[in-house]
Design a protein around this ligand. Structure first.
Ligand SMILES: Cc1cc2nc3c(=O)[nH]c(=O)nc-3n(C[C@H](O)[C@H](O)[C@H](O)COP(=O)(O)OP(=O)(O)OC[C@H]3O[C@@H](n4cnc5c(N)ncnc54)[C@H](O)[C@@H]3O)c2cc1C
Length: 473
């Protein structure tokens, strides 16, 4: 099929309005959230049903036209941006937004892949349930993208990643067949776990069109506090103290370095850290309780009291109402945006065994500061999961683009070698996309890489699904 015959076929399937060909219409789908990558596309396709997705994929497979699946386009690693050949199509699922149902007795929800994450949270809440997946991009990222990246976010400590929340998937294969796997079972040992294969596969193995998720009871009380902590060992001891005393009630434990909050206050002055004396580290702790407001508040106060007595905390403020609690979270979520406003910086979304975090930070900070005097280290993260956003910004007054182009590879190598030394992961949350493809080759190990290539070849022999992402041919 020629490209023009393919376009006519798509127009017949979807309707002309949903096959975008005009440069201006295509533009928003062709660059990534960080503005790092700029691609081209034959067309942007906006299907509305699983059958339409399947028919388009079938046509692409026959014509050997590759597809870049796209959700909210919030990827941090260029995973949803096409290459610059102009021969690929972008398939954005934003029109597939139906919430197919909530089963209250089974505590599950079935949603289409194009649903915005926040819409799913709100739909669950309206029925008295908590859908716990929560992250900074939740107003624009889509469920399909969350699953394809196995998104984490702020509630992983208690509820797990997207993978742990998902019970079943509907997927269109690279051949355009529909795998009906919308099973809402908590126990299902019937052969290989195909669901787990597609979760986290970044659009390279199949197109997710719908999913079943677990729901949880809404907590009756939530208490949030900001705690000033002198150093990383104290931060980890504070985490352990909360885990020991509050167990499953601990739903958030976020660490923010002084540099990261200084940057947030610079770009969003209304979000100044309310703690006095600019602490080296600020921890955001959240407890969620099903008993009573009083029970949760007493518990928070009692653990903080112990933390003060043992010198783990030097200052703390407990949010007095919901809007203050929200402002603490907003401050945490604005770190990423403050970095974007400051200019290009080198991001490392890594994870480490919690017991290795201190050694990693101390050693890596030391190496980088020795080689790049004045470099700013913007560290924050979901510490309760061992997830660190270890970001490197150039010294004040240095042109970020020039600094990055001269030093990017050396800095990545230093950080990822340190990660490997401490048995961590070079991508905790954001995935591989095109940004980290060479780093995965360097750090994942040859046997694992070969198995990944074999899987890709078995499921997508014509390499039409998101080629050039995650793993090279
Ligand atoms: C401000 C901000 C904060 C963030 N915070 C977090 C965080 O705390 N935790 C975290 O894990 N991530 C975070 N992210 C990154 C993150 O991966 C996502 O925001 C989200 O999970 C991606 O969803 P999306 O719909 O935007 O996917 P996109 O960016 O559109 O796509 C991401 C990948 O998924 C694939 N894909 C998309 N839809 C489908 C589908 N239906 N079927 C198959 N493949 C598909 C794409 O091809 C691509 O490989 C953040 C991003 C931003 C901008």
């Amino acid at each position: 099929m020629s490209p023009s015959a393919f376009i006519s076929h798509c127009q017949k399937l979807l309707g002309q309005a949903y096959v975008l060909l005009d440069d201006q219409d295509k533009a928003p789908y062709l660059s990534d959230w960080r503005n790092r990558y700029q691609g081209k596309a034959l067309a942007i396709l906006l299907p509305n049903t699983t059958t339409q997705v399947a028919e388009i994929v079938k046509a692409c497979n026959q014509a050997k036209i590759s597809i870049v699946p796209q959700g909210g386009n919030t990827s941090m690693c260029g995973a949803a941006t096409p290459n610059d050949s102009g021969q690929q199509v972008v398939m954005n699922l934003k029109r597939m937004q139906t919430i197919r149902g909530i089963d209250a007795s089974n505590q599950t929800i079935v949603v289409e892949a194009g649903c915005i994450l926040q819409t799913v949270q709100e739909a669950a809440k309206a029925q008295g349930f908590l859908f716990p997946l929560s992250l900074g991009a939740q107003g624009s990222c889509q469920i399909g993208g969350n699953l394809a990246t196995n998104a984490g976010g702020t509630n992983v400590l208690r509820y797990g990643n997207a993978r742990e929340l998902c019970l079943g998937l509907e997927v269109v294969t690279a051949q355009g067949e529909i795998m009906q796997g919308l099973r809402s079972l908590r126990k299902d040992n019937t052969g290989f776990d195909l669901r787990d294969l597609y979760i986290g596969s970044e659009g390279c193995l199949g197109i997710i069109t719908a999913a079943v998720f677990k729901l949880y009871p809404l907590p009756t009380a939530q208490w949030t506090a900001l705690v000033a902590v002198p150093d990383i060992p104290s931060t980890i001891q504070l985490l352990n103290l909360f885990q020991k005393r509050t167990a499953a009630l601990l739903t958030g434990f976020e660490m923010m370095s002084k540099d990261s909050l200084d940057l947030t206050a610079k770009h969003f002055p209304q979000m100044k850290n309310p703690l006095s004396n600019d602490p080296a580290y600020t921890v955001l702790v959240e407890l969620s309780d099903h008993e009573s407001e009083e029970h949760a508040r007493n518990l928070m106060e009692s653990v903080l009291e112990s933390a003060f007595e043992s010198g783990l905390a030097t200052d703390a403020v407990i949010a007095s109402n919901l809007s203050q609690a929200q402002s603490f979270w907003t401050m945490r979520e604005h770190i990423t945006m403050a970095q974007a406003q400051e200019g290009a910086n080198l991001k490392h979304d890594i994870s480490l065994p919690i017991s290795s975090l201190h050694a990693f930070i101390e050693e890596t900070d030391g190496i980088l500061r020795q080689h790049f005097s004045g470099v700013r280290l913007i560290n924050f993260g979901h510490l309760g999961d061992g997830n660190l956003h270890y970001n490197v910004a150039p010294p004040v007054g240095t042109n970020p683009k020039e600094f990055n182009s001269s030093h990017e590879q050396v800095i990545h190598d230093v950080v990822y070698t340190q990660v490997e030394k401490h048995h961590g992961s070079i991508s905790a949350e954001h995935g591989i996309g095109q940004l980290k493809l060479p780093d995965l080759e360097a750090h994942r190990g040859s046997v694992a890489l070969q198995l990944m290539r074999s899987l890709k070849h078995a499921l997508d022999p014509n390499n039409i699904l998101n080629p050039g992402k995650v793993i090279s041919e």
